[in-house]
Structures are given as structure tokens and as C-alpha cells.
Design a protein around this ligand. Structure first.
Ligand code: PLP
Length: 411
């Protein structure tokens, strides 16, 4: 008879020790459990458009189906020529100079490219300036790449604009790059040109690479327009991320792109690294790539949704008004995206653990939000809400949040 062998625990890699992605974290696991038990949970936690009736434009769907037979093989590692050509034209519309086909990489969503861009760049101990609050994949990707995410503060009092002095203070000998998310998730801020120009100057003086996440660049309200930071200089290295997930309501197609522009001459080695990583994953999913040319060149139906009486605008206005009406809750009105990032006055809501707070809300009212610390915001006094549901559903969901907060105040 064999002696029983003590089983060794299978542990995750130490590389993941500082990696965190709470948007799909433990609170979501509890929400799923509640759904399995037969409860309906209102999910205001993820910027996934299709479940709320925001579907990909028919033109894209038809073209993907049409091209499916040509999508069985691997493509070029960087992606289909026609799709990259369409992205190249898009960079021209956005006044990003000097972009050729070889400067464009297609990926399984911007997500894959964000991780790839950090893996190709970082050595242990390199620092990257990342916004707080941020879209947490950026912080996670820096950590996973062996780097150190150094968070710069976005200032709620100034409409969530990044604090330039804080950025300057946090630049040191190991700082390699700065990430800006514009329009911003989770705050909904859209950065003015004057700010972008100052940021470019900081990058220029300190030889920082600018990673610009512009995935919401068409989801703008009140007639606003978006400037790509990469259009503002040709002597700074820019890596710009974008994709079909949000502007074209095609999250599930996993179609994103990355554009390298500006001061490329000194970045040949880094570009070689990017090319190697793109080759190692062979290519991104080809059916999704077929959607890109049609999306970028076709009818821009997003404009209907963001018009003054468009569905997204109406939902933004309503959600912002209802949230702002709750005692002790304030919120900078988003100029873009599909999120609110409200503040809970700590004198009225003395929250110590915001994940616990979000969990209690879920248990009591079956509404799922994401806690502010999930976006690397330090104080436990914010949460993010997605205003994707129809107006009646938003009234119901925010009504439940208000009811929970009323109980909280009475504690
Ligand atoms: N960047 C930001 C700011 C996002 O909000 C998201 C998704 O929510 C992504 C990147 C990832 O997008 P993709 O679906 O293209 O991977």
C-alpha cells in the first residue's frame, strides 16, 4: 500500500502579489451567487453595453458574419491590413502625424495591448505614473510587468483634472512613462487642450512615454470634442489605445488597437519588444478584426446616443440628478463615458471599508456597484455607477441606493 503523500498547495505566482482587479472581484462573486439562488440583481458595475440594449451597429454585425469564412486562419501578428489601414485613417482624422501601417497593432480588446505594452517596457523597479482613480487594469498591468505604479492624484475639486504639481513631484530617476485615461473611467472627465499641452511639456522635459487610453473618445456629451494627446507633439513617444468596445458597443468582439507615434526613432528597441510579444500571441481574434474597417468608416450611430435628447445623454442627466439629490452625496457631472463616480461625505457616511459597504448594499437592495478603492482611490468614500439602464430602471436602482443610504444615516 502506498504511503499517503502530503499534497503541496498550488499557489499563484508571486508576480500576482500586487495585482488587483476588483471590478470583477469578490463582490461580483457574491452577486452571482445571489443570482444562482434566483434573485434579480441590478448590475451597475461593468461598462458592458449589450445587456442594456445598446447593441453593435447592424452594419458591423452583418460584415463580421459576411467575413467569417475568411477568418479561419491566423492573420498577420499586428492584424489585418484593411483594419489597420482604417485605424491609420482614423489617426489622420485625429491629427496624429506620421502613423504608418507598421505603427498599428490590433489586439483582443485594448486590454491585451495594455498588458503587452507594459510587459514589453518594464524592468523590475521601473516606475509608471498612473492616475488615481484609474481604470485598474493599468495599475495591474504595471505591477504584473514588474514595475511600480506611482499614482498621481486627479482633483475632484477641479472636475477631476490630474494635479500637474503632484505629477511633477512624483517623477524620479526610475520614472519611465505616464498613463492618461482621457476621457476618463471612472470619473467621466474630459481633459481640455490646455491641460494636455502642459502634460506633453512634462513628458518632453522628463523623457517620459505617454500612454493614452482613449477608448471613450466618441462618447462625449454637450457637444464636446476630444483631442488626442498624440496630436500635440512629434518629439514625445506616444502609445495610444482605442477600440470598438465602447464607441461601437462591441465589447464582446474583443477588437482593440494600439498606435505608436511621435518620437519613434529612439524607441526601436521597445518597438522590437512589442513586435515580439505581438508575434508570440500569433494574432488577435480575426472575426473581431473584420469589424474595425466597417465600424470606423461606417455610419457613426454613437452620435444619436450622445445627442442632447439621445439615450445616453438622458440617462447621464437623470442618473447624475438622482444621485446628487441624495443627502451627503455629491458628484462631478461627467462630460463623457458612461460612469458616475460620486462622493459620500465621510461626516455623514463614516465608511471604513468600502468593499464591505458595497457588499451590504448588495445584500440589502440587490444593486451591484464597485467601490472607489477598486479604482485605486485611497479613501473609502467613492463608488462607481454605470448609467446604462433605461430611465425607469435607473430610477428604481438609484431609489434603492438612496433607501440604503437613508438607513445608513440612521445607524
Ligand atoms: N480602458 C478603459 C479606460 C476601459 O474602461 C476599458 C474597459 O472598460 C478598457 C480599456 C478595456 O477595453 P477593451 O474591451 O477594449 O479591452
Amino acid at each position: 500500500k502506498c504511503a499517503e503523500v502530503a499534497m503541496r498547495a498550488v499557489r499563484k505566482s508571486a508576480k500576482l502579489a500586487d495585482v488587483c482587479y476588483d471590478i470583477r472581484g469578490p463582490v461580483l462573486a457574491r452577486a452571482k451567487q445571489m443570482e444562482d439562488e434566483g434573485h434579480r440583481v441590478v448590475k451597475l458595475n461593468i461598462g458592458n453595453l449589450a445587456p442594456f440594449g445598446f447593441e453593435a451597429p447592424e452594419e458591423i454585425v452583418v460584415d463580421v458574419i459576411h467575413n467569417l469564412r475568411d477568418a479561419s486562419g491566423y492573420s498577420d501578428s499586428k492584424g489585418l491590413f484593411a483594419a489597420r489601414k482604417a485605424v491609420m485613417h482614423y489617426t489622420q482624422q485625429k491629427n496624429i502625424a506620421g502613423v504608418g501601417i507598421e505603427d498599428i497593432y490590433l489586439g483582443n480588446g485594448a486590454s491585451e495591448l495594455i498588458v503587452m505594452a507594459m510587459q514589453a517596457l518594464l524592468n523590475n523597479g521601473d516606475e509608471v505614473l498612473v492616475p488615481a482613480p484609474d481604470y485598474p487594469l493599468w495599475t495591474a498591468a504595471v505591477s504584473l510587468g514588474g514595475g511600480y505604479p506611482r499614482h498621481y492624484i486627479c482633483d475632484e475639486q477641479s472636475g477631476w483634472l490630474p494635479d500637474l504639481d503632484d505629477i511633477r513631484r512624483k517623477i524620479g530617476p526610475s520614472t519611465r512613462a505616464i498613463v492618461i485615461i482621457n476621457p476618463n473611467n471612472p470619473t467621466g472627465a474630459l481633459y481640455p487642450d490646455s491641460f494636455l499641452k502642459e502634460l506633453v511639456e512634462i513628458a518632453r522635459q522628463n523623457q517620459l512615454i505617454v500612454f493614452a487610453d482613449e477608448i471613450y473618445d466618441k462618447m462625449l456629451y454637450d457637444g464636446a470634442s476630444h483631442t488626442s494627446i498624440a496630436s500635440l507633439a512629434d518629439d514625445v513617444l506616444f502609445v495610444t489605445m482605442n477600440g470598438l468596445s465602447k464607441n461601437y458597443r462591441a465589447c464582446g468582439y474583443r477588437a482593440g488597437w494600439m498606435v505608436v507615434s511621435g518620437e519613434k526613432r529612439h524607441a526601436r528597441d521597445y518597438i522590437e519588444g512589442l513586435n515580439m510579444l505581438a508575434s508570440m500571441r500569433l494574432c488577435s481574434n480575426v472575426p473581431g478584426q473584420w469589424a474595425i474597417q466597417t465600424a470606423l468608416g461606417g455610419y457613426q450611430s454613437i452620435n444619436e446616443l450622445i445627442a442632447p435628447d439621445g439615450r445616453l445623454t438622458r440617462q447621464r442627466d437623470l442618473a447624475w440628478q438622482l444621485i446628487s439629490d441624495i443627502p451627503g452625496v455629491s458628484c462631478v457631472k461627467p462630460q463623457a463615458t458612461l460612469y458616475l463616480f460620486p462622493r459620500l461625505d465621510p461626516r455623514i457616511y463614516p465608511i471604513e471599508d468600502d468593499q464591505q459597504f458595497i457588499l451590504e448594499l448588495l445584500e440589502a437592495e440587490r444593486v451591484l456597484l464597485v467601490q472607489g478603492t477598486g479604482f485605486n482611490w485611497v479613501q473609502p468614500d467613492h463608488f462607481r455607477l454605470v448609467f446604462l439602464p433605461h430611465e425607469d430602471d435607473l430610477r428604481d436602482a438609484i431609489g434603492r441606493i438612496a433607501r440604503f443610504l437613508e438607513q445608513y444615516r440612521k445607524r
